[in-house]
Design a protein around this ligand. Structure first.
Ligand code: S3P
Length: 225
């Protein structure tokens, strides 16, 4: 199992602190270091994978792909209908195939459904062709977010809180194998996007100090001892 390395909240503002040029350069560095790999967002339902992923793609000027939407398009049915008509096992097999195909399309930001990373073949494919980012959130945040909509078949049977707690316990140790872990707190999405971008820069080794402004670059007078 991978080591859990949550990126601390204070890192989240680093990109915002830089001036616009520094920020653009850091994002360009991330894009370049990524090569053809995909940034793959994983985590439980309600973690913010789609919302954060869409904004991250926008920041990085990369395509954003939502695996669940691609599965629905390929099947010509909603996920709820696939579960109801064919069962979960059928959905999981389709999910594995669709994600394997999508990973050929990098560089991109790819948001996956909450169960996708639990499949060992999908995990291996993501490891080979992507950088995985676990958006980890606490139960209160997840329940608040998933309560807003009712399109998730796993949450339409039984008590959502009990289901979510069970999934957290089962999936947490597997999600922790991701390359990067970012806490998805109840703050504006852009704050989380900043934290993901900082974590990506660190993971990809784009940690060079920002170029100084002309004024700041003026050599300082030597301190007389
Ligand atoms: C699932 C999560 C859903 C969707 C399906 C199953 C899961 O995606 O793939 O309902 O097993 O956690 P989101 O995580 O985007 O809600």
């Amino acid at each position: 199992m991978g080591e859990i390395r949550p990126y601390p909240a204070k890192m989240t503002l680093r990109l915002a602190e830089h001036n616009k040029d520094d920020r653009e350069r850091r994002l360009a560095d991330i894009r370049q270091s990524l090569g053809a790999r995909s940034i793959v967002l994983i985590g439980l339902m309600g973690a913010g994978k789609t919302a954060v992923g869409r904004r991250l793609a926008n920041w990085l000027d990369l395509p954003f792909i939502d695996a669940d939407s691609e599965i629905e398009e390929a099947a010509g049915q909603t996920i709820k209908e696939i579960f109801a008509e064919h069962g979960e096992a059928y959905f999981r097999e389709g999910e594995r195939k669709v994600i394997a195909r999508l990973l050929d399309g990098g560089p991109q930001v790819l948001a996956t459904g909450g169960g996708a990373y639990m499949n060992p073949k999908t995990r291996a494919a993501i490891k080979a062709r992507g950088i995985s980012v676990w958006l980890n959130a606490d139960l209160r945040v997840l329940l608040k977010r998933v309560g807003r909509r009712d399109h998730r078949p796993l949450l339409s049977v039984g008590d959502p809180e009990a289901v979510m707690k069970k999934l957290m316990a089962e999936r947490g140790p597997v999600y922790a194998e991701a390359d990067i872990t970012v806490e998805s707190r109840d703050v504006p999405h852009d704050v989380i996007v900043g934290a993901v971008a900082d974590a990506l820069a660190a993971e990809l080794g784009c940690e060079a100090a920002p170029r100084r402004s002309a004024q700041a670059a003026t050599p300082r007078r030597k301190k007389v001892q």
